[in-house]
Design a protein around this ligand. Structure first.
Ligand code: ADE
Length: 251
């Protein structure tokens, strides 16, 4: 998979050299290229923003550097291939595991990191209508970040780990939170009995030491239901709506 990221702070993307994503890059599974938007700004100050038409607070990202950056990405393909353009922003569709799975199917993603009050709307029109790109504005959640870079770190990590070969043990992807609409069960490791404070001993739930795989699976499923009901009741309601059942959480 090819991933291009365009930003005025390319250094922000440095963590994508680390850990599993860094290894996937070194293994050739992900070709991640980070571009400095200012390379495409040609005035003396290499400026990328200006005041908004119609007034209002803050600055807007100018169309010309963005258009040149996107033209450059499209021209970098040896053939007619086009990236899917992802623009992170609080006004986008919610980023979910389902959307991460969808993006992981794409052979080529380009992320455009906006800053300030956003990118001039005509850049989206240029991308869609002049360059023929599919454009997706995607939000991490209902809060405002200073720019798209942190969102790109999160999205690239969520997407890249779904690319075949990036995670060694593909089974570990199956039982995760959000893969089937429920949160994950609690996990424990050794020691079975742990003194967390003087005179306080905390035990691993006995069922996990029982060797009874059926009982363990049932306990874990119950834990997932209880956790989801406590922390994310909206997920339970959504999955019940999908299944057409209005029953209690345990059914
Ligand atoms: N940029 C600013 N806020 C954002 C958010 N909530 N999600 C994605 N990108 C953003």
């Amino acid at each position: 998979m090819i991933i291009d990221v365009v930003s005025i702070f390319p250094e922000y993307l440095a963590p994508l050299d680390l850990s599993l994503i860094g290894k996937a890059r070194r293994d050739g599974l992900i070709d991640l290229r980070v571009h400095d938007l200012r390379e495409f700004a040609h005035d003396r100050h290499r400026s990328v923003d200006d005041t908004p038409y119609g007034g209002g607070a803050g600055m807007v990202m100018k169309p010309q550097p963005w258009a040149e950056a996107l033209d450059h990405l499209v021209a970098s393909a040896p053939d007619e291939r086009r990236p899917r353009l992802v623009v992170p922003g609080p006004g986008g569709v919610p980023f979910t595991q389902a959307l991460a799975r969808e993006l992981a199917q794409e052979p080529w993603l380009a992320f455009a990191c906006g800053r300030y009050e956003g990118i001039d709307e005509r850049v989206y029109e240029h991308a869609e209508h002049d360059l023929g790109l599919e454009v997706s504005v995607i939000s991490l959640g209902d809060y405002v970040l200073n720019g798209g870079e942190v969102a790109v770190l999160a999205m690239v990590e969520a997407v890249a780990r779904l690319v075949p070969g990036v995670i060694g043990n593909a089974e570990s992807l199956v039982e995760e939170s959000h893969e089937d609409g429920l949160l994950e069960y609690p996990v424990y490791t050794k020691p079975a009995s742990w003194e967390s404070a003087p005179g306080v001993t905390r035990e691993v739930p006995p069922v996990l030491l029982s060797g009874d795989h059926g009982a363990i699976a049932a306990w874990r499923h119950q834990q997932r239901l209880e956790r989801t009901a406590a922390r994310r009741p909206d997920l339970l309601h959504a999955s019940q709506a999908v299944r057409g059942t209005a029953g209690a959480a345990g059914t």
